[in-house]
Design a protein. Structure first.
Length: 131
């Protein structure tokens, strides 16, 4: 287990632990469509992007869903432990979880209209799949 971190959320500690040991071959394998559908409570469609994958909520307005991506080291500041940031004043309102991976790359998951616990649950699956 090369990555283990804790996230303090609303006064409690949430531990992120790996769910697999190998890097998935494609970004949309970091979190399966079935897992994303379960987390978001609605059917999603996954579309690969340059640095990750976009999980669009099916049948909703364009832009609703969650993005999952890995950025190069130093691409943005990130603490050693995952951090959840809620941005209620953006359009649409969004929540982002940022974590530094064991190789110093940055993992980022951003969702529209979702609380920290939902995005953290999603990030936990993806982060756990990096060895």
């Amino acid at each position: 287990m090369k990555f283990l971190a804790a996230l303090t959320l609303a006064g409690s500690v949430l531990t992120l632990t790996p769910t697999a040991t190998a890097d998935p071959s494609t970004p949309c394998d970091w979190v399966s469509v079935r897992e994303a559908t379960d987390i978001l409570g609605q059917p999603v469609a996954a579309t690969p992007r340059q640095a990750g994958c976009w999980y669009a909520i099916s049948g909703e307005q364009p832009g609703l869903g969650i993005s999952s991506e890995v950025l190069a080291p130093g691409a943005m500041p990130a603490a050693a432990e995952p951090v959840c940031v809620t941005e209620p004043m953006t359009t649409p309102p969004s929540t982002t979880v940022i974590a530094r991976l064991h190789d110093n790359r940055i993992y980022r998951a951003t969702a529209t209209y979702q609380p920290c616990d939902t995005v953290t649950r999603f990030a936990r699956i993806a982060i756990g799949r990096f060895s």
